[in-house]
Every structure is written in structure tokens, then in C-alpha cells.
Design a protein. Structure first.
Length: 208
């Protein structure tokens, strides 16, 4: 689960991750991407990270490309944001789709665990381009409410990052989860920054 470490490096300003109610450890990549804010270090092994949803920080006005290997890229391939029931499709054939949304609760105990609601997103990446795409440094971000606030990531044994390279014509799946208040599920935005050439895929709408 190399990408959980990457994704948490972005948590100081944006981030998120996982599914269901158990525990799992997050790995650390050799080159961690970061967002425009100061990165944190090691994520907790289970439950939500830090404060509950009511204490989530305000979301930034925009999500900047993730810094990878010390360089902030300038992605040039963009796609229109979509509701959760439609895929985000890029002109080169790359496609991201939300294949399932599930509601649950964090029930674990221990340091770093905050009991509360959990919304899990199942994702499928399809590489319709003519070259392989590395998904070893995917950084997901979730926002909820109006004004928008950052949703806290949730980690457990059902969490799964892409953490692979997808060849042309192949697919890959991942699962991320966030702590989102039930009364805010009608206003949710997910950003998935998956490489330096594509602008982050964005899904928005109701996640209930």
C-alpha cells in the first residue's frame, strides 16, 4: 500500500484514503509526492487521522499538482469533472470511474483512531492510451459541505491503493475512504492526482 504514505504526505493541506472497519498499515514510497502545503510524516495504521469531521480544515480554493521527485509538474491533459455515476475521460483514452460508494462507521480503538462516519469509494482506472502509466504516487483528496472542508482519510484492512503500473489497454482498481458527516454527503468533491501529465480527475455531487 505504498500510496497511502504518499497520500498522507499531502494530508497537511489536502488528502484522503480507504474502506471498512479493520486495521492496515501504510507504506512509505522512496519518493513521496506532496501538495502545496507542508507534508506530514507517517500515517496512523487504522481509523481516521487526527480530528473528527467537525474539526476538518477548510479546503483550499484550488488543488495544485502534486510535487513528485522534488518537481511540481505542469499537467497538460485535462478532463471535465463528472458526477460520481459517470467516468472522467481524458482525450488520450485514460478513464477513471467510481464503481461503488458505501457508508459505514469507524469502530476501531487505539491511538489515532476517531470513531465516526466513513464513506468508501471504489475506483477503476482504465488505460486507453498508448503508453504505460505509473500509479505508484496517486494522491486523492476529498472535500465536503459549503463552504468546502477537507475530509479526513480513513485507513483499515479494506483500503487499497492503485500502487501499480497500468499497461495500455489494462485496468487497475483502488479503494479510498473518508470521514464525511452524513448531513454533508450531498456536497462531496473527490480529486485524484495520479501522474504528472494528467490534470487531477474530479468527481462531484451526492455521495449518499
Amino acid at each position: 500500500m505504498a500510496c497511502l504514505g504518499l497520500w498522507t504526505a499531502a494530508l497537511a493541506g489536502l488528502s484522503a484514503c480507504s474502506q471498512q472497519d479493520s486495521s492496515s498499515t501504510a507504506g512509505s514510497p522512496t519518493s513521496s509526492p506532496t501538495t502545496s502545503v507542508s507534508p506530514t510524516k507517517t500515517p496512523p495504521t487504522k481509523g481516521t487521522h487526527g480530528a473528527g469531521p467537525s474539526e476538518s480544515p477548510p479546503a483550499p480554493a484550488s488543488v495544485k499538482p502534486v510535487i513528485r521527485d522534488g518537481v511540481r509538474p505542469h499537467p497538460s491533459i485535462s478532463a471535465k469533472p463528472q458526477p460520481f455515476d459517470r467516468p472522467v475521460t481524458y482525450p488520450d483514452g485514460v478513464k477513471l470511474a467510481v464503481t461503488g460508494i458505501h457508508q459505514g462507521r469507524v469502530t476501531g480503538q487505539g491511538p489515532g483512531v476517531v470513531a465516526g462516519p466513513k464513506t468508501t469509494f471504489d475506483l477503476r482506472f482504465t488505460n486507453g492510451s498508448n503508453q504505460a502509466i505509473s500509479l505508484d504516487q496517486v494522491v486523492p483528496t476529498a472535500e465536503f459541505g459549503s463552504p468546502a472542508r477537507l475530509a479526513r482519510p480513513v485507513y483499515d484492512d479494506r483500503t487499497q491503493d492503485f500502487a501499480t503500473t497500468v499497461k495500455p489497454g489494462a485496468t487497475a482498481t483502488a479503494t479510498y475512504a473518508f470521514s464525511i458527516p452524513k448531513d454533508e454527503l450531498s456536497h462531496v468533491v473527490i480529486h485524484l492526482d495520479f501522474d504528472g501529465r494528467h490534470v487531477a480527475a474530479t468527481f462531484r455531487g451526492s455521495a449518499s
